[in-house]
Design a protein around this ligand. Structure first.
Ligand code: ADP
Ligand code: MG
Length: 374
């Protein structure tokens, strides 16, 4: 059993900087969890504490049932893959893979068999007699994963393993890593994965659950669809999804069961029934995904039409991103390619109206950023 449990884990670096603020979570045995957040939010610090490469200032870390705060890295049953791969340049691939196992004192035959097996799984058998300098970025990356696999760890720790690869290779390696997790499960060797990235696309496509971090604090720990559809606050709402969720300053007034939002001079009624609000009037941020911003003026119910000015468009092939200004705020609309002609005929600065599908709006407290609708 290799669940990973953090109980009030904190990290204060020797210079006094508190990088991690009392974090609690449990990653289940065999689960694939992604830690995501902008640079500096303490993803690596957390991962290195789990690996045993960084001391834990306070709190309790368990792998399975054992408290491992003071266990040596090699005794934790975890293997880490680093961003820069950290291969030994003077050793052939075969020896890079075998090195950790030899240190553990495994018999020669066992080492050779595990190296073969990993090489086959990762399709790097033809590379076994090369040196790291003779490998491409993608090949080095696979060798780095191989070096972790041969250890048959209970927990895999990945720290931004794909960020040195070009976009195309990154996309294919994403699939490879998630497939590997499933293969190991099917083969009866399930492993728990903690995968760190700053890339929300990687997080959304790979994680069974995702932990969103900001400045050493958890913002939300949930499934990809919950993060997208029910973001806990403006930070998560803006971080997950591309193009970003639109955020418009508005006023919300609550009168019995009637909710009215006022945005500049436009007002619209809301259907959201269970708002967590106290008071009858408050400033909010109205969050709306680009797919919920319309340009063709049908008078669909529940759509609030507001004055806007055309800014520019980005043609993506299957869809179009159109950017408008509502007051000083830029509002993005994601449209099917069939509307490309309609929007591309508009001139920059041209006055128009855009439709906000209020039924899909998220209402955030303007001060705390908390989502009032979840
Ligand atoms: N050895 C250190 N001493 C002091 N501060 C550090 C040290 N290592 C990292 N930090 C700080 O801790 C925070 C988290 O760093 P890190 O875990 O590397 O973030 P991430 O991996 O999310 O980019 C950052 O503000 C970073 O500057
Ligand atoms: Mg990092």
């Amino acid at each position: 059993m290799a669940s990973v449990t953090l109980n009030k884990i904190a990290k204060v670096y020797p210079n006094g900087f508190k990088a991690v603020h009392e974090i609690d979570f449990k990653i289940n045995d065999g689960e694939f969890v992604v830690l995501v957040g902008p640079s500096g939010c303490a993803k690596s610090t957390l991962l290195r504490m789990v690996a045993g490469l960084e001391s834990i200032t306070s709190g309790e870390l368990r792998i399975g049932d054992a408290v491992v705060n003071r266990a040596l890295p090699k005794d934790r049953g975890a293997a880490m893959v680093f961003q820069n791969y950290a291969l030994y340049p003077h050793m052939k691939v075969r020896d890079n893979l075998a090195f950790g196992l030899k240190l553990q004192g495994l018999p020669k035959e066992e080492v050779a068999a595990r190296v073969q097996e990993a090489a086959r799984t990762l399709e790097i058998e033809p590379l076994l007699d090369r040196y790291p300098r003779q490998l491409s970025g993608g090949q080095s990356q696979r060798v780095a994963v191989g070096r972790a696999i041969v250890k048959k760890p209970q927990v895999f720790l990945f720290d931004e393993p794909l960020s040195n690869l070009d976009a195309k290779l990154r996309a294919s390696m994403r699939v490879r890593i998630t497939e590997l997790h499933q293969q190991l499960k099917a083969a009866g060797q399930p492993c728990t994965v903690i995968y760190v990235t700053h890339d929300q696309v990687e997080a959304m496509t790979m994680g069974e659950r995702i932990c969103v971090l900001k400045e050493g604090r958890i913002q939300q720990f949930d499934t990809p669809s919950k993060l997208y559809n029910q973001p806990a606050n403006t930070f998560v709402a803006s971080f997950i999804g591309s193009p970003e969720m639109n955020m418009l300053e508005a006023d919300l007034s609550v009168d019995g069961s009637t909710r009215t939002v006022t945005l500049l001079n436009a007002t619209g009624k809301l259907t959201a029934s269970d708002l967590h609000v106290s008071g009858s009037r408050l400033p909010i941020k109205l969050g709306l995904r680009p797919e919920n911003v319309l340009v063709n003026a049908s008078d669909e119910a529940g759509v609030l039409w507001v004055d806007a000015r055309m800014s520019h468009i980005e043609y993506m092939g299957s869809e179009v991103f159109a950017y408008f200004r509502v007051g000083e705020t830029v509002v993005t609309s994601r449209l099917p390619a069939s509307l490309a002609t309609t929007v591309s005929q508009m001139k920059r600065g041209e006055a128009t109206r855009i439709g906000l599908q209020l039924a899909h709006a998220h209402l955030f407290d303007a001060v705390s950023g908390v989502n009032l609708t979840v």
